[in-house]
Design a protein. Structure first.
Length: 264
């Protein structure tokens, strides 16, 4: 059982069955020949399985980073033109973040890149909820207008807008729900046959806390699940769980009750 204390009222517990390999005897020549035949026959299946595991690890990284940073608002950056160059989109986002940090020191984010149906890229960014107004050209201006102006200045003639497609309108969300929303794009990229590793980004220098790992012997899964709840759900919390079809993996995610919201 691995328990991750992510801070900001977030905990995750994962129970997996440990696989132990034992050498029984040397393989015969016939067995080695059969193994080599199967290895070649199912090479593509193994490759896809490895890619899926890697995409799931990326999904986990995105989810846990959003929680560890306590991000609670979603910002979507879009193009008016049909901008289909992912490298250029990343350059624009990097410059956008640099300019935002001038206006708001300490600005942090976790982002996922998604294609629209027309092929254009856009960026989903989990961020901290912005204050009502930000300094711009020496005066206080409504945050929405400032961020839109910054993004449009970065993309130039390509034309930019924010929150246009999904109409999120700066709504504050639970970090857990926001993390789940953003992390799903890793598996979406895999399903679309694209390189998931190019599909997310985040603030540098963010170290996730190491998990607490405990090993058990001869315990029933039901008993371990009870232990997981005792460790990760020690009070009023919101929970999300799943149990694998084979009953050998259990996941529990908890989030504390929402803190009082302060109006900026």
């Amino acid at each position: 059982m691995r328990v991750h204390h992510l801070g900001n009222g977030h905990k995750e517990a994962v129970i997996t069955r440990q696989v132990v390999w034992e050498e029984m005897r040397r393989a015969t020549l016939a067995e080695l020949a059969m193994w080599e035949l199967e290895r070649k026959e199912f090479a593509e299946d193994r490759k896809q399985a490895n890619l899926l595991r890697a995409a799931r690890r990326a999904k986990t990284q995105v989810r846990r980073r959003v929680k560890a940073l306590g991000l609670d608002a979603l910002l979507t950056l879009t193009y008016r033109e049909n901008q289909q160059d992912l490298t250029l989109c990343k350059q624009h986002m990097k410059e956008f973040v640099r300019r935002m940090r001038r206006l708001l020191p300490g600005f942090v984010y976790v982002a996922a890149f998604e294609r629209q149906k027309r092929g254009a890229w856009h960026v989903h960014m989990a961020i901290h909820r912005l204050p009502t107004a930000l300094p711009y050209a020496g005066v206080k201006v409504k945050s929405f207008n400032v961020v839109r102006a910054v993004w449009r200045a970065v993309v130039g003639d390509l034309g930019g807008n924010i929150d246009q497609q999904r109409r999120k309108r700066w709504s504050q969300q639970s970090s857990g729900k926001l993390a789940a929303y953003l992390s799903k794009y890793m598996l979406k990229a895999f399903a679309e046959g694209e390189d998931w590793s190019n599909r997310y980004s985040g603030s540098q220098g963010i170290e996730l806390p190491a998990p607490v790992v405990v090993r058990f012997k001869a315990y029933a899964m039901a008993d371990l699940i009870a232990l997981a709840y005792g460790e990760a759900a020690d009070g009023p919390v919101e929970c999300m769980t799943w149990l694998s079809g084979f009953g050998d993996t259990f996941f529990l995610s908890t989030e504390g009750p929402p803190a009082a919201r302060l109006v900026a």
